[in-house]
Design a protein around this ligand. Structure first.
Ligand SMILES: Nc1ncnc2c1ncn2[C@@H]1O[C@H](COP(=O)(O)OP(=O)(O)OP(=O)(O)O)[C@@H](O)[C@H]1O
Length: 270
């Protein structure tokens, strides 16, 4: 029987060279859920997505997707697994010389033997899901930023993935497009029974649409919980993040020696 969780991460450690980036991460992500991963810049969020996608190997521990340990898959098995995952890194650019329709059709033509008539129906269905069926003949340079993201979203669901990973889906959007993209992530996840992982700094927007949040700081899970638990949390780190406070456990200041010492040194130059 298929397990309820799509992703299980156990004791995951990862280093770039000698530098530890992730230190003993444990996570479970259920099917049909939208999960946010938040944390300061450089805390290892994108690295975590790369580990889930099998782009890099853990130093120890593992990531299991649909019951399979990703780093133990053979090359062809990994490619097959990746076909079930979509990764929207900074909302990957569209092919500029292909129409909206052809952008969405691209992977279907590459990876399936479906007849063109069926591809047409499927592409229009995917575009309908993101509200852009009427825009299928446009070229990418005729789209607004928000529309381009919706096309990228339609393209990412072309092959009915089990999992979509979004890296910063809200960056640079106006407030209306931001809500549209957030709601689409939620609705598509529900309609297609996928799992969505959203790496984001946009706390308020993501709390509206996600089922669960993990906060990463210094390579460990600093806090986790449902949006309600996160909103109510008095943990200083979570509070600072949710309320966008400049200083707190995540320091505003780059580490420095005591101020007085620097001032004294400066004086000695006179
Ligand atoms: N290929 C690489 N080689 C060496 N170090 C790297 C490499 N890629 C990333 N890093 C380092 O690993 C750390 C984690 O990077 P990562 O991109 O996972 O952070 P992040 O949490 O996604 O940050 P941001 O929110 O700024 O995108 C950073 O300090 C970064 O400098």
């Amino acid at each position: 029987m298929a397990s309820e969780s799509l992703i299980e991460i156990q004791g995951l450690n990862f280093s770039y060279g000698q530098r530890p980036i992730l230190k003993g991460i444990d996570m479970t992500m259920g099917r049909g859920k939208v999960i946010a991963i938040m944390g300061g810049s450089g805390s290892g969020k994108t690295t975590l997505l790369r580990l889930i996608g099998g782009a890099v190997r853990p130093t120890s521990g593992y990531v299991k997707v649909a019951g399979q340990v990703v780093h133990k898959l053979k090359r062809d098995e990994l490619f097959r697994m990746r076909r079930k995952m979509s990764m929207l890194f900074q909302f990957g650019a569209l092919f500029t010389d292909l129409s909206v329709f052809d952008n969405v059709a691209f992977q279907m033509r590459e990876h399936t033997n479906l007849p063109e008539s069926m591809i047409r129906d499927l592409v229009l269905m995917k575009l309908q899901a993101v509200g852009l069926r009427g825009a299928h003949e446009l070229m990418p340079n005729q789209l607004s930023g928000g529309m381009a993201r919706r096309v990228a979203l339609a393209r990412s669901i072309a092959l009915d993935p089990l999992l979509i990973m979004y890296d910063e889906p809200f960056t640079g959007l106006d407030p209306i497009s931001l809500t549209v993209i957030g709601n689409l992530i939620r609705r598509l996840t529900d309609a297609l029974g996928m799992t969505s992982i959203v790496v984001t700094h946009d706390v308020q927007e993501s709390l509206k649409i996600v089922d669960y949040v993990y906060f990463i700081a210094d390579g460990v899970i600093a806090a986790h919980g449902t949006p309600d638990e996160v909103r109510r949390s008095v943990a200083p780190f979570v509070h600072q993040f949710v309320h966008g406070e400049e200083d707190g456990p995540v320091s505003f200041h780059y580490p420095a020696r005591p101020y007085a010492q620097d001032l004294k040194l400066e004086g000695s130059f006179a």
